[in-house]
Design a protein around this ligand. Structure first.
Ligand SMILES: Nc1nc2c(ncn2[C@@H]2O[C@H](COP(=O)(O)OP(=O)(O)OP(=O)(O)O)[C@@H](O)[C@H]2O)c(=O)[nH]1
Ligand SMILES: [Mg+2]
Length: 339
């Protein structure tokens, strides 16, 4: 290929780089919400032991696992059964996931399917060129308090995921309690909207080059070097940029403390009135408030028209997880970065 001839490479059809994979019931519901909010340039998939649930998913790529063992009725919390069952479908699952550069794996802890597949697929994908981004939903505290087998299952899966090291994105349903007045699906929808913000921001950074974009290789390297993480989302009036980070930290969906070695990825979206000065202030505040991260990666999307608000979506990594460990009777693990 003549490297100096743009017509030879500019027209390359670029394959879709990102996939979001729903694992089990809660993970698949989250994918459905993400689709509803719009995720162009992201391939949705669902993997489940529950045929009826899978059948209702409005996407093409769906994989039913363990149909001999579970007869398409879900695993009923049987993590070990799911682990045996996935072996039969392993090659097909990996054939579907391997072509992507970044694979978000969404699942809730506490059941069988999502809990088994999250660590399993992270391990398998780490052997490929794809970067797995495991996103684990932590159950409401009342679910853990009132059901000891669920508590044991959550404790075991969380420990396994933490001990594997590397990127692990945790979102705690308990933090949705501030939306107690909403119907449950709407409250879970808030969590999924946070997640949508992250997926959309990463895609935006890669697919829509702007003044300060970040390429895919840089994002993959950053994610691969990250540890226990959570999401940051915030929105403030353009005249108050100093409030953006504190608000995003306060409203995050996990109780956490910053470790001594953090990393952060931040996407800032604003209008044509997002000046260099404001931008500089935002980054300075982010750097200070996120514990002077080892690496602060940022991208921006500046709309052509002025906007009243500036929005931040980010991923902060190298954190210590708070309250769920007390409830599970397990000590919080030290902040982890990549193994
Ligand atoms: N339905 C649903 N449940 C959620 C959601 N987020 C967390 N959960 C909790 O997720 C836990 C696991 O439930 P599921 O996702 O249905 O379990 P699964 O992975 O399908 O596993 P099995 O059904 O046991 O095979 C339960 O404690 C739910 O309360 C969500 O968005 N929707
Ligand atoms: Mg299920």
């Amino acid at each position: 290929m003549p490297a100096s001839d743009p017509t030879a490479w500019a027209s390359f059809e670029r394959p879709t780089s990102f996939a979001v994979v729903g694992l089990g019931g809660a993970g698949s519901e989250a994918v459905r919400d993400l689709l509803g909010l719009g995720i162009p340039a992201v391939r949705p998939l669902a993997i489940n032991t529950d045929a009826a649930h899978l059948d209702r998913m409005p996407i093409d790529r769906r994989i039913l696992i363990g149909h001999h063992r579970f007869r398409g009725r879900g695993s009923g919390g049987d993590r070990d059964g799911v682990l045996s069952a996935i072996e039969e479908e392993r090659d097909e699952v990996l054939r579907q996931l391997r072509p992507f550069e970044v694979v978000f794996l969404l699942g809730a802890l506490g059941g069988g399917t999502g809990s088994a597949l999250l660590p399993y697929l992270v391990r398998e994908l780490r052997e490929t060129d794809a970067i797995p981004v495991p996103v684990a939903f932590l159950p409401f505290h009342v679910e853990v308090r009132t059901n000891s087998s669920r508590r044991d299952s959550v404790r075991a899966t969380l420990r396994e995921l933490e001990e594997m090291g590397g990127l692990l994105l945790l979102l705690a349903n308990e933090k949705l309690r501030r939306f107690d007045g909403l119907p449950i699906h709407r409250a879970l929808g808030v969590r999924n909207a946070f997640l949508h913000g992250l997926v959309a921001s990463l895609v935006d950074m890669v697919e829509n080059p702007s003044q300060l974009n970040v390429d895919l290789a840089t994002i993959k390297r950053h994610l691969a070097g990250s540890g226990t993480s959570t999401l940051l989302c915030g929105e403030v009036h353009v005249s108050e940029p100093e409030r953006l980070l504190p608000q995003a930290i306060r409203d995050s969906l996990l109780d956490f403390e910053l470790g001594r070695r953090t990393r952060a990825l931040i996407h800032i979206e604003g209008g044509s009135n997002l000046t260099l000065g404001v931008f500089d202030q935002l980054l300075q505040t982010a750097h200070a408030q996120l514990g002077e991260p080892d690496e602060l990666l940022f991208g921006t999307r500046v709309r052509p028209e002025p906007r009243e608000v500036i929005r931040l979506t980010g991923l902060v990594s190298g954190i210590t997880v708070g309250s769920i460990h007390g409830l599970l009777g397990s000590g919080p693990s030290p902040p982890a970065l990549a193994p």
